[in-house]
Design a protein around this ligand. Structure first.
Ligand code: FUB
Length: 334
């Protein structure tokens, strides 16, 4: 039986869960109804703000801490505040969020608070060198923080490539944005490897990358080579997440048009990662997006589906389920 939505007074999606001060916090997208026509570019996902939720125990109740950041607060944002994440370092809390800038290009911003429940004060501009969507922050046990990100099609990852873009207004760390690659298209064909998610190491103040983000390689176990572009059941689409279990790094993500949540493991937060298998089969609704967190000795998968809206793709609700890592480290639902 499918678990109940954690939040029912509004639509919530893309839950990023963290434990701060022995309390469970959820940083989701805030879905809303619009009259925007559905398309494969995700224009109907037209969100304008974020709420923070918390739970004192895994059985609830869930507290809504209200609006913590709105598009109006952020000078560089034009629209579409998509899947956020949060991190803590040195007693400060950071909300990472993607949105389209005034040129319609997805960038990643950061906003800061002295408490996990916000409100968050945004930096005046997006993180230099950031692009695409779905930031997932991870602070390793040695204190080094990383930001994983990327999403194809509506998330525009396929639009960025190395180029001779010096001087171009869209030039980011030697990458150039190609508008003609926008929309539902991605690399394909025999011998073509899939696009990789990106990872950047964050500066000590958590506000910038210390070096340009790099490709995060996901390898097929049978070949030891990158997952291929036509392998839609395993290639990265969006919804990056990182967790660490027993010293192993777990990179999980959505396969997009095949609707799986899957994972790959590695021995470094920078990869490479080897594909391991599925965490969740398709849910009701087009998108699937999640986080994985340990709380009081148990592990939980936070995800969303569209049951509360009777299947309306852009009106989603956050849910949680316990998961386990078996003796070999393989993940399954509890
Ligand atoms: O919520 C908008 C987008 O839908 C997210 O950024 C993607 O991961 C997908 O869930």
């Amino acid at each position: 039986m499918s678990p109940k939505p954690l939040v029912t007074h509004m639509y919530t999606a893309d839950p990023s869960a963290h434990v701060f001060n022995d309390k469970l916090y959820i940083y989701p997208s805030h879905d809303r109804e619009t009259d925007i026509k559905f398309n494969d570019n995700g224009d109907q996902y037209d969100m304008v703000d974020y709420h923070v939720f918390s739970m004192d125990s895994p059985d609830g109740p869930v507290t809504d801490h209200g609006t913590v950041l709105t598009a109006q607060d952020v000078p560089w944002v034009s629209k579409q505040m998509w899947a956020p994440d949060a991190a803590e370092k040195n007693g400060k809390y950071y909300l990472y969020f993607p949105a389209r800038d005034t040129k319609g290009i997805f960038r990643i911003g950061v906003a800061v608070s002295s408490t996990p429940e916000g409100p968050f004060v945004p930096e005046p501009s997006y993180i230099p060198g950031s692009y695409s969507i779905d930031p997932a922050s991870f602070v390793d046990t040695d204190g080094q923080a990383y930001l994983y990100f990327g999403g194809i099609w509506g998330g525009q990852l396929q639009c960025w490539s190395e180029g001779t873009g010096k001087g171009s207004e869209y030039d980011v760390n030697g990458l150039i944005f190609d508008e003609s690659k926008s929309g539902p298209q991605e690399p394909k064909g025999e011998g073509v490897i899939a696009l990789s998610p990106r990872v950047g190491q964050l500066s000590d103040d958590m506000l910038s990358f210390v070096a340009p983000p790099v490709d995060l390689r996901i390898l097929a176990p049978e070949s030891g080579k990158p997952v291929m572009a036509d392998d839609h059941e395993r290639r990265f689409f969006e919804a990056a997440w990182m967790h660490k279990y027993n010293g192993t790094y777990y990179f999980s993500y959505s396969t997009g048009d095949t609707h799986y949540l899957v994972y790959a493991t590695g021995s470094s937060p920078l990869g490479p990662f080897t594909y391991q298998g599925r965490i969740l089969e398709p849910v009701l609704g087009w998108t699937t997006h999640h986080s994985i967190v340990e709380f009081r000795g148990k592990w939980y998968l936070f995800y969303h589906d569209c049951e509360l809206s009777d299947g309306v793709d852009h009106l989603r609700s956050v849910k949680m389920r316990e998961i386990v890592h078996d003796e070999e480290g393989k993940i399954s639902l509890a």
